[in-house]
Design a protein around this ligand. Sequence first.
Ligand SMILES: Nc1ncnc2c1ncn2[C@@H]1O[C@H](COP(=O)(O)OP(=O)(O)O)[C@@H](O)[C@H]1O
Ligand SMILES: [Mg+2]
Length: 351
Amino acid sequence: MSSKLETVGIAKRYGEAVALEPTDLTVQAGEFLTLLGPSGSGKTTLLQMISGLVSPSEGRIEIDGRDVTHVEPGKRGIGMVFQSYALFPHMSVWDNVAYGLRMRRKSREQTREAVDGALAMVRMSEYAKRFPKELSGGQQQRIALARCFAYRPSVILLDEPLGALDKKLREHMQAEIRRLHKELGATFVYVTHDQDEALTLSDRICLMNHARIEQVGTPVDLYDRPATRFAAGFIGHSNLLEGAVGEARGAGGEAILLAAGGRVPLPEPAQPGLKGCLLVRPEAPRLVEPKQGYFDGTVSDIVFFGSDTRVQLTLSDGSQINVRCERSLKPRLGDTVGLTWDPHRTTLLSA
Ligand SMILES: Nc1ncnc2c1ncn2[C@@H]1O[C@H](COP(=O)(O)OP(=O)(O)O)[C@@H](O)[C@H]1O
Ligand SMILES: [Mg+2]
């Protein structure tokens, strides 16, 4: 069961301080949407207003078209999971998971079925009799998930739920959360400041910065077509080549960006004179012989990454560009190389 979620001009101020500017966001039924952004960008504020734990200064929240702005948290059909597991230490795992169902006055039979089902789903059935202190951090987080899933909310809000786990376990739990989202079919709104986590988990990402939405799109949209410098810098590795759009060479009408001494084709025509920067992801360039590419650079650093090699090139004006190379290519420190790429793999961002 899943619900469509919509915020309409929702905003939060604490005195003079703006925690969230008026924000419109739609999350489709069954979607996995991630709020991604640096610390303090308003992610938790937005999530807590959806849950009902924080009341908005203005705007409204709709679930399946129904205005729930003034509905109390327990009656919105929403489940929440936080970074701190907040399990009751004096209750067994089973009783922790049953808690929400008892609060909702479910029958004994319904409760037993739901708790056993939720524990099976997070693969913790054999731990039912233990107490929270007898579990690892990852196991406690599974119980927190089970407790939320047990009463089958149609919208589930998760605020940095894996933030306290180490990297290996976090990656494992990411795969688990993806599986659980599919199994439950509920609408998930997930908060993280970790771009890799957002890219791997989400159907769509809502990128936030300074109390507002910067860009909303699929992981591929945000990676391939970032709308702003902030988006380009926050997601993935990026080279930003500063310049201005110059006259096209020849008749084709294709505009050229004058970068650090080179002429570089643009992905699409742009206004001559426009100042901006060209985003070039490290995997786009190909290394060629000197003078055979758009411009030359000198190899100033080489870092081995296992599957590939990261090569840093210094250009004539002292700026740098990072290129991911296949291992078969063996540039050496101090070599001069040319650079070329498919213009359609780059993005022009205006200043
Ligand atoms: N209860 C509060 N009182 C005052 N300011 C708050 C309160 N909660 C959040 N803020 C401020 O609102 C901004 C957004 O916070 P938050 O939503 O927690 O960001 P995030 O979850 O993205 O790290 C921050 O500047 C924070 O200090
Ligand atoms: Mg937060």
